[in-house]
Design a protein around this ligand. Structure first.
Ligand code: GDP
Length: 529
């Protein structure tokens, strides 16, 4: 296969959903189609149990699963499909945001009864801003849920999508008969038998055919005709270019648990979903089909075995081929590195590979060289964009609880921050360290891991912060800026990259600061123009 063909057959995507909508079940069915796994139950759910807050075994279990499911790859109809795992739990939202920088498209799973939920809103917003092509799968059609048109409205209103259904349900819940596949122009009848992998498909390009009444019953046939008329009257025709630009989102209906509508989704997906896309670096736009290898780190995972301090850095290949034992430039460190055992992923296993292509994810063993966002190239100085830090929600001072172990503590904090577990801010005034996290759970993860992996002990102290705001770099020499720096000294800190951050203690003080120092630009993410 030529290099171009290898790129053309790759589809790298993420599945996003609110917890419980059916992401794990859908992933599993997709893998079954690819023949990558043989039985149901093989894909582990990375959900956090409700009791997790104080259960350290749960944290370890969670980390183990998160290694196993980071990338699930399989081949289907000659396409190489890479699914990147995106934790649904809100405490790990940042991990998901970062993973979204490495996908070329996403599938959004919605529960037919619950409709659009909180986590979906946040994740879809990030995808919309980045113009990531999205496909929507409305799941659990075997259950009573909301009316299909109401759901489509909700997708438009709550998620700001421009949807067009590519399939339409016939009945629902107890009365669920199947699906009319608008994309393929056929009808799929639902048997409700989850063991049966292949449902009955009947080609049906003309729904006025009286045969339809015989197959699904007169009442259902009339309803379907009415519904389709409405669909064709109200929704625009599917336009692949609009989808690829992130301006239109096709919708499918089905039931992952019953393996219904999944094949249709997958068959359409491999036809329309983007091949590895070009990516913006600070310096220039990099195309997937360029010859030279470029890639970036979007995830770092610490080894589960505390005796081995090495980690696995996940690199998304943007262009060129990544080869074993070939030297690559680690741009931030300005040094060449060779990798003797790059890992590729297949289903839930990882194996050493000699060559990987754009769209692929490679896992590199790392002893502390990588940070999230690092770029590897064949010599060019490139910095990939799009891996911002967001303002954390919770802040605490972190103190050393064992003075004999301060070196271990600093190293531990450093490495955990590189992994992206949380963010570290160092106060300008006194050098005290403040940890910011998206969820309260991370504080316990950090404390536990510092002790078990680095032999260090920490304690926390409350620190009241409403939002961390990254300070714009313009006008730094102005009098207004100097006054801002002087008056707000107590609230200024540096993040890990040395960027200046204003830690506002309330919404009110943030507003007042913005009013008083209008030329000081405050941003809620670390990346701004
Ligand atoms: P995740 O949290 O999004 O990964 O959701 P899971 O895949 O773990 O599914 C959550 C629950 O919904 C599980 O109990 C599934 O068995 C169930 N579920 C998933 N898909 C369907 C479906 O199509 N119909 C029904 N009735 N239940 C489903």
């Amino acid at each position: 296969m030529t290099y171009k063909q290898e790129i053309a057959r790759r589809r790298t995507f993420g599945i996003i959903s609110h917890p419980d909508a059916g992401k794990t079940t859908l992933t599993e069915k997709l893998l079954l189609f690819g023949g990558a796994i043989q039985e149901a139950g093989a894909v582990k759910n990375n959900k956090i149990k409700k009791t997790a807050t104080s259960d350290f075994m749960e944290i370890e279990r969670q980390r183990g699963i998160s290694v196993a499911t980071s990338v699930l790859a399989f081949i289907y109809k000659d396409k190489k499909i890479n699914i990147l795992d995106t934790p649904g739990h809100k405490d790990f939202a940042e991990d998901t945001f970062r993973t979204l920088t490495a996908v070329d498209s996403v599938i959004v799973v919605i529960d037919v009864a619950k409709g659009v939920e909180e986590q979906t809103v946040k994740l879809v917003e990030v995808c919309r801003m980045r113009k990531i092509p999205m496909l929507v799968f409305i799941n659990k059609m075997d259950r009573e849920g909301q009316d299909a048109f109401d759901l489509l409205d909700e997708l438009e209103q709550k998620l700001g999508l421009s949807v067009t259904p590519l399939s339409f349900p016939i009945g629902m819940g107890y009365d669920f008969k199947g699906i009319y596949n608008i994309y393929e122009k056929n009808i799929n009848l639902f048997s409700g038998d989850s063991k049966k992998n292949i449902e009955q498909t009947i080609a049906f390009d003309d729904v006025t055919n009286p045969e339809l009444d015989r197959i699904i019953g007169n009442k259902a046939a009339i309803e379907l005709r009415d519904n389709l008329e409405l669909v064709w009257g109200v929704y625009p025709e599917f336009d692949k270019d609009l989808y690829l630009k992130g301006d239109q989102q096709p919708v499918f209906f089905g039931s992952a648990l019953n393996n219904f509508g999944v094949r249709e989704l997958l068959d359409c997906f491999i036809q329309i979903a983007p091949t590895p896309r070009s990516k913006n670096a600070e310096e220039r736009l990099v195309e997937a089909n360029e010859k030279e290898m470029t890639g970036f780190v979007f995830k770092i995972h610490a080894n589960m075995d505390p005796k081995h301090r090495d980690r696995l850095a996940f690199i998304k290949i943007v262009s060129g081929t990544f080869e074993r034992n070939k030297p690559y430039l680690h741009v931030r460190q300005g040094k060449n590195l060779k990798f003797s055992s790059p890992n590729a992923f297949f289903a839930e296993k990882k194996e050493i590979v000699d060559i990987s292509y754009p769209g692929d994810i490679v896992g590199l063993h790392d002893t502390g060289n990588f940070k999230i966002g690092d770029t590897l190239t064949e010599g060019e100085t490139l910095h990939y964009k799009g891996i911002p830090s967001f303002s954390p929600e919770h802040f605490r001072y972190i103190n050393n609880a064992d003075p004999m172990k301060s070196k271990q503590l600093n190293k531990g904090i450093d490495q955990l921050m590189d992994e992206g577990v949380a963010q570290l801010f160092t106060l300008e005034l006194n050098g005290r360290k403040v940890i910011g996290t998206v969820g309260a759970l991370q504080f316990e993860v950090i404390q536990y891991r510092l002790e078990h992996e680095y032999g260090a002990k920490c304690s926390y102290e409350n620190f009241n912060v409403y939002k961390a705001c990254w300070v714009g770099t313009e006008n730094r020499k102005s009098d207004e800026f100097k006054e801002f720096e002087r008056v707000k000294q107590k609230f200024l800190a540096k993040d890990k990259r040395g960027q200046l951050v204003f830690l506002a203690d309330s919404q009110f003080s943030l507003q007042m600061t913005q009013q008083k120092y209008p030329s000081v630009k405050l941003h809620f993410t670390s990346e701004f123009e």
